[in-house]
Design a protein around this ligand. Sequence first.
Ligand code: 13P
Length: 250
Amino acid sequence: MRKPYIAGNWKMNMTPSQGAAFAKDLAKALEGSDVKVMIAPPFVTIPAVLEAVKGSNLIVAAQNMSDNLSGAFTGEVSALMLKDLGVNDVILGHSERRAIYGETDEFINKKVLLALSEGMNVDLCVGETLEEREAGKLEEILTRQVEIGLRGVSAAQMANITIAYEPVWAIGTGKTATPEDADNAHAFIRTLVEKLYTKGVAEELIIQYGGSVKASNVKALMSKEHIDGALVGGASLSVEQFLPIVSFDK
Ligand code: 13P
């Protein structure tokens, strides 16, 4: 049985004081809930958020990290620094990192392996652009992103991997993939993982959907067999919008 996992990617939003105030409200609203919930603030906002959610079950993750542990890498933040703060989860390969900052599958894979070797949990994002989907390349793109992204990851380490399927054309656009389209992509990813590992690993894998998830569509998405969670952008920035998403089954 896969436990639902709902995550909020704040992207470049929320100053430390805004983030702390929001996280405090969210933690209070989620008191007593047993849903697995993660929030990913910007790096500088993380310490204030960690302090604000102390004692709650909320997972605080980073949105990215360096492919190195330390050294002359101006502007980068390493796994060691995150772990020293108490952060053990990281989102890697988000389409904005791929498209805007030129991150390749190989580069993302290097970070995935580093995070895992540091004992961290990874939320690996994959997904096709509209152009790729319309050219009939959905499966080719997902195969490449999953195969290279997970290269060198052992079956045992797969317990620390979540995959987020985020079709690029659905991110921040208000266009959601239909639950059927999303479920088909998730099923394809699960089959790929079965081929790379085992049926057991594939069945345990949590696959989140991301791209314009809102209170109004989360239930239909989460009712699908292969959709185990959500990675939410815009609607994760207010308690009024995020809470009903987290409580989709209530
Ligand atoms: P939106 O929910 O704003 O479409 O963003 C999705 C996303 O990119 C989460 O990582």
